[in-house]
Design a protein. Structure first.
Length: 326
């Protein structure tokens, strides 16, 4: 594993900050940021290498030897940045969604449209199995967005499942963990829990802190298990059936556009843990049928900004690959 000094670890933490910011926003992948910043392969390899052998080395040669051999300083520096970024941005995202819901969802919509193009154009050969995979994934994803939720987004098993699935974003560039949470209907819940966790720290409110920590722990356990289970399978698929897996990812994003559509009609509400009335079941409607100011022009502008954000990230990634190949 590479030997690094303190400054180099600070740079890794800065890259973690960028990854965390990306993971908070649906449509932008932390995996893509890892790829652009040149740490993707080391991240995946380090995660792959983590196993129970760590404890054997710890017992025989000491904790520091095990820590160094498993490159855990790299992971610690990276995830410190991810953690700080997510905690810092979650409150802002929560406030923006409450205050400017149409504009923020329009921005997310533009992000995902661009992500569909970005991932889809990486398919090199459109054979029939690839096209079928795209169609099936699109239909399945859409059906998930219109299905009645199978449980409260704050329930223990649902948080565990959301963490288990959303961690895919850490493994594959091009798909966002926040996007997966949106698809599952857990995005606003998880962002809310992270916001509470941050508020518990800043206000020294132990009740708020430990309540949020317990929920984040459940989400985190699901993410860790998902990471270990998915990493080898998805990487194998990416190496041996790249076109197929890219088509599936593209299809999931196409079908999920319904979930991110800015104009919604609330069909059913639920009570949150704080006793607040929040939307539970919604359906997409045309802007002219929206109850309130539809803000169509502003929504289009924000969607374009979201689209251009992914476009610029793609250009940066393309330049990086070109430089590496020279």
């Amino acid at each position: 594993m590479p030997q690094r000094n303190f400054l180099q670890y600070l740079i890794i933490t800065a890259k973690g900050l960028a990854m965390g910011a990306a993971d908070v926003v649906p449509g932008v992948s932390g995996g893509t940021i890892a790829f652009i910043s040149g740490i993707y392969e080391e991240l995946i390899q380090t995660i792959h290498n983590i196993d129970l052998g760590f404890f054997k080395i710890w017992k025989k040669e000491g904790f520091l030897k095990a820590w160094k051999q498993y490159n855990l300083s790299f992971l610690a520096a990276l995830f410190l940045g991810v953690f700080i970024s997510i905690i810092s941005l979650a409150k802002l995202i929560t406030w923006l969604l409450d205050t400017y819901p149409i504009l923020i969802w329009a921005f997310f919509f533009g992000l995902v449209i661009a992500s569909i193009i970005y991932v889809g154009k990486q398919v090199t050969i459109w054979k029939m199995p690839v096209i079928v995979a795209l169609v099936i994934a699109s239909i399945l994803s859409y059906l998930i967005t219109i299905a009645d939720p199978v449980g409260s987004p704050e329930s223990t098993w649902f948080l565990f499942f959301a963490g288990f699935i959303a961690i895919i974003a850490m493994i594959l560039p091009g798909i966002s963990g926040s996007f997966i949470l949106l698809l599952l209907g857990a995005y606003t819940t998880v962002i809310g829990i992270i916001t509470e966790f941050g508020e518990g720290i800043t206000t020294l409110n132990s009740t708020l802190f430990f309540g949020a920590l317990s929920k984040l722990s459940i989400f985190g356990v699901g993410a860790i298990l998902g990471l270990k289970m998915f990493s080898r399978v998805l990487n194998w698929m990416f190496k041996h059936h790249k076109n197929l897996i890219l088509a599936v990812l593209t299809g999931f994003m196409i079908g999920a556009l319904n979930k991110i559509w800015p104009w919604k009609e609330v069909l059913q509400y639920r009570m949150s843990h704080a006793g607040e009335k929040v939307p539970f079941i919604e359906k997409s409607i045309l802007p002219q049928h929206y109850q309130g100011e539809s803000q169509v022009v502003y929504a289009i502008v924000f969607a374009i900004i979201g689209f251009l954000t992914i476009f610029l990230l793609e250009r940066i990634a393309g330049k990086k690959v070109t430089i590496e190949n020279e």
